[in-house]
Write a new protein. Structure first.
Length: 255
């Protein structure tokens, strides 16, 4: 049996930090462990690479996908600079990436002439529909999907998902899909039963980071805020606890 995981650096940290995926694998050493996660992956890469990998596997596969943010897009196999380096938007909840990356003329032309937030968000929804259609045509795959952080509710000037001490709250915010009729229609086509979201009195559609903030002491939220470039990835303890409390129970549902 295979255990296939995918995501961004929250799933496979490029400098060797143990993530929730590593701690989960330790609990199931007999499974064939495949970690497809890569630093900076777009959701296009995460979902399409997972489909590609699963297409080669004959045995039963348990799949856990960590969705990344909407900070980058993939066009013709090339990752964009961060969207907020090219345009300013308050609709999406961004990961704390640079907002001043170099933007080539190719990407300037794309963002000026082709890009729209509706198109960008709908691409994610279509990817999820495509993945579910693929899985539904197979009888050897079970899966769960979660977000690294909140990507489904609207951002605003008051949104501070990466505060050092104050837990993020979004209970009074609209969903991104509520902005566009086309997004509402696509959203309704997705089977949300295999998704895990953190939910509480103050949070809806929360991800891993929201669970961490609402369940651990603030000094254990992030990897290293004392660095010259503070690192807002989850701490080692946060990864371990998230695996124990959230991922392992999800695994047991699928075994």
């Amino acid at each position: 049996m295979n255990l296939v995981v995918n995501g961004c650096s929250f799933t496979n940290w490029y400098m060797g930090q143990d993530t929730w995926a590593h701690y989960t694998h330790l609990q199931y050493p007999d499974l064939n462990f495949i970690n497809l996660g890569k630093r900076g992956s777009t959701n296009d890469e995460i979902i399409l690479n997972t489909i590609s990998e699963l297409s080669t596997l004959k045995e039963k596969s348990i799949v856990i996908i960590q969705l990344s943010g909407l900070d980058r897009i993939l066009i013709d196999g090339e990752r964009s600079p961060t969207v907020s380096s090219a345009i300013k938007s308050k609709l999406f909840n961004w990961w704390s990436m640079s907002q001043s990356e170099n933007v080539s003329q190719k990407w300037i032309d794309y963002f000026n002439n082709e890009y729209s937030e509706e198109k960008h968000f709908n691409n994610l929804l279509n990817l999820l529909i495509r993945f579910q259609s693929f899985v539904n045509n197979r009888n050897n795959i079970d899966y769960r999907i979660f977000c690294g952080w909140d990507i489904f509710t609207q951002g605003d000037e008051k949104s501070d998902m990466w505060n050092k001490k104050i837990e993020y709250k979004n209970f009074d915010k609209l969903l991104v899909k509520d902005t566009y009729k086309s997004s509402k229609e696509l959203f309704s086509k997705i089977d949300w039963n295999n998704f895990w979201f953190y939910k509480g009195d103050k949070v809806k559609y929360g991800g891993m980071m929201q669970w961490i903030q609402h369940n651990l002491d603030c000094e254990d939220w992030y990897r290293n805020l004392r660095a010259m470039n503070p690192d807002y990835h989850p701490s080692d303890l946060a990864h371990k606890k998230f695996s124990e409390k959230i991922i392992i129970p999800l695994m047991e549902e699928m075994l």
